[in-house]
Design a protein around this ligand. Structure first.
Ligand code: ZN
Length: 199
């Protein structure tokens, strides 16, 4: 990219390091930003910095939030004895969009993947166990993806929870194999939830 000056090249390089942004998109975004009013660019930059500085994990469910406790955990109307375990905050959002789930969540931030060197201690499993020691849950619904990693994680969690006597269920496999929860439509999500089976 020698035909661009240093700062333009740097902007393109930073943008293309984002997921889903190829070289062409990065160039398009870079020139769009360079043509934006300066105030708008400042605002965009500030929103990025502020979000990164103020967003952290919810103390209870480990989803991303800018408060100490996320709005779901802080809602007394939710069923706090029903805990759905998901891989990431986007999966939580997918279930929230259905508007039909009234329990709470636990966000793992990943799935066990021996191939990629991700072990049980690399995701928020210990935190789930600690949480279950403090609170008495009626049911833990494992809603990890139906990929190899998601299934491995589900099996691991069910084994881990067996001695606790807590009811552990797995969402039905209406979710296509290898499917990312966030891309699956609401009807399928709800069908998977309704059809969950005890492990
Ligand atoms: Zn929370």
């Amino acid at each position: 990219m020698e035909y661009y000056s240093k700062q333009i090249s740097r902007l393109i390089a930073e943008l293309s390091s984002l997921p889903g942004i190829g070289a062409k998109s990065a160039q398009r975004l870079a020139f769009h930003i360079l043509n934006m009013p300066k105030d708008d660019v400042n605002m965009l930059a500030n929103v990025l910095v502020e979000a990164r500085n103020n967003v952290h994990y919810c103390k209870e469910c480990f989803t991303l939030t800018d408060a100490e406790i996320c709005p779901i955990c802080g809602n007394p109307k939710r069923n706090h004895k029903l805990i759905m375990v998901v891989e990431d905050t986007r999966d939580l959002a997918a279930y929230e969009k259905t508007g039909k789930y009234d329990g709470v969540y636990h966000v793992l931030h990943g799935a066990i993947s021996p191939m990629q060197g991700v072990g049980p201690s690399d995701i928020r499993l210990k935190e789930l166990m600690q949480r279950l020691q403090k609170e008495d849950a009626d049911e833990v619904i494992i809603a990890t993806n139906s990929s190899l990693e998601g299934e491995t994680t589900a099996m691991y969690i069910s084994k881990l929870l067996k001695p606790t006597g807590i009811k552990v269920t797995r969402i039905a496999s209406g979710v296509p194999v290898g499917g990312d929860l966030e891309y699956i439509d609401e009807v399928t999500l709800l069908r998977a939830l309704d059809g969950r089976t005890e492990l």
